[in-house]
Design a binder for this molecule. Structure first.
Ligand code: TA6
Length: 303
């Protein structure tokens, strides 16, 4: 695995992109350009922070209890869930949301985008451990483009000779003023699996507002969502392609207390997850030799 110094030599961009070794020993990419700042932990290709220039408050939420530790997921940011979403279909001992977010990734490319944004591409490093849970020949890349918008592309390439099926998500935590005061628009009329208190299939009426634990998997939707936040005077636009499920989640107080890393006592009030997903009915078959890409683009509009 490259050291921070080797990465700076090979992929650093003076004044824009640098790599540092965290106290945990994990390596973090720091991005700062004329349009935005961001940080990303190489383990899990885990984008942790993003603050575009038109915002005084970061758009991506990171728990104040978030800890970097080898093999552990980070609370907040944009976790990569892959090659399954949620619990594994048959192996209860396999990690929830797949292994991608807790294993090493390597940097494969960096560069400047024409408009001044900074691009970074990482690739999951397969190992005996990952092959034990996912015995398929494939490549998984994440490209992030950091600017006034944040674009993320999760590309799965089936380099083997047999088809396989994946579940996946960019499980993104967004920073909001207060969970009781925001609405999520874009999913009216969509069917969803309500995971709170069982798993019932329901249909969304109007905008989503929050008054308790909410954990919904909206299916068969490519819709753009908007998080309306009057307190922070912004709308966060969540556009996507290559994804037919959207998950909307807040743990609310009891679950947040049990989780213990949501920034007690009320960190959970300042986040909402709007996740771009392929799960349940929308898992994706990637044929031998084919490639599938899930793309999101986030934008914060001042209101
Ligand atoms: O996407 C919502 C969800 O599946 C919730 O059920 C909750 O488990 C959340 O993900 C966080 O999961 P994690 O494994 O990161 O604690």
């Amino acid at each position: 695995m490259n050291t921070a110094q080797q990465l700076n030599t090979q992929f650093g961009i003076a004044g824009q992109l640098s790599f540092r070794e965290d106290a945990s020993g994990l390596i973090v990419a720091e991005i700062s350009n004329a349009q935005a700042t961001a940080s990303l932990c190489l383990q899990g290709a885990h984008l942790m922070t993003w603050k575009p220039g038109n915002q005084s408050v970061p758009v991506i939420w990171l728990s104040r209890d978030a800890k970097l530790a080898a093999g552990k997921s980070i609370r907040g940011g944009a976790p990569v869930c892959w090659p399954w979403f949620g619990a594994h279909a048959s192996e209860s001992g396999f990690p929830g949301h797949g292994f991608a977010r807790t294993v090493p990734w390597q940097v494969v490319e960096s560069g400047n985008e024409p408009g001044g944004a900074t691009r970074l591409t990482l690739r999951l490093v397969a190992s005996e451990k990952t092959r034990a849970q996912w015995p398929h020949d494939c490549t998984l890349n994440l490209t992030v483009v950091v600017g006034e918008t944040l674009r993320m592309e999760l590309a799965t390439e089936n380099t083997g000779v047999t088809d396989f099926v994946i579940g996946e998500a960019l499980h993104t935590y967004f920073r909001i003023g207060d969970i009781g005061a925001v609405r999520v628009r874009g999913l009216a009329g969509c069917d969803y699996w309500d995971k709170v208190g069982g798993s019932a299939l329901k249909t969304q009426a109007g905008a989503i507002s929050f008054s308790g634990e909410t954990d919904r998997v909206y299916i068969n939707t490519a819709a753009e969502c908007v998080i309306e936040d009057d307190q922070l005077k912004r709308r966060i636009h969540v556009a996507k392609s290559g994804s037919l499920s959207t998950v909307v989640w807040t743990p609310w107080v009891e679950k947040a207390d049990k989780m213990g890393d949501m920034g007690q006592p009320d960190g959970w009030r300042e986040m909402v997850c709007v996740e771009s997903v392929n799960a349940i009915e929308n898992v994706v078959k990637v044929a031998a030799g084919a490639r599938h890409t899930l793309i999101v683009e986030y934008r914060a509009e001042v209101i």
